[in-house]
Design a protein around this ligand. Sequence first.
Ligand code: FES
Ligand code: FES
Length: 167
Amino acid sequence: MPITLKVNGKSRTVDVPPEMPLLWVLRDELDLKGTKFGCGVSRCGACTVHVNGVAQRTCTMPVSRAAGAEVTTIEGLSPDGAHAVQQAWEELDVPQCGYCQAGQMMAAASLLAKTPNPTDAQIDDALNTNLCRCATYLRIRAAVHRAAEIKAGGAAVPASGKSGKED
Ligand code: FES
Ligand code: FES
């Protein structure tokens, strides 16, 4: 059944069963592989994208529920990697294996859109079911605070000049 949704700003029509999970549509029909499959049962957050601006898990969301909606994946967070969350993640070298990180970043971006300066408790509350096997939780939390600063006008440290691996 043809279903039309807007993905990363472009109208896309897919001819799939209406109960197909949105994650399958993104990865297999639209070739947007940044969004990951983890648990498949809405428990890990690897498959998080924004649907109409709100973080949603797509492994259990039938694509029919996204018909007509605006879907943003990690590929669409910003055209050039300039979103505050992307800058903060790079500045603080957050990922280890990276598998969970697209979901983490989409959850963080959704949190910051409604809570521009979250507390530790608000960050933990919003992200505590986004699981990371590499346990990057402290860096994720620090990066959310840094992204809030960048959004509020704090200059990002250019990638070439950041401290960390180069030190
Ligand atoms: S793959 Fe969707 S929440 Fe784990
Ligand atoms: S960075 Fe490896 S699972 Fe999170």
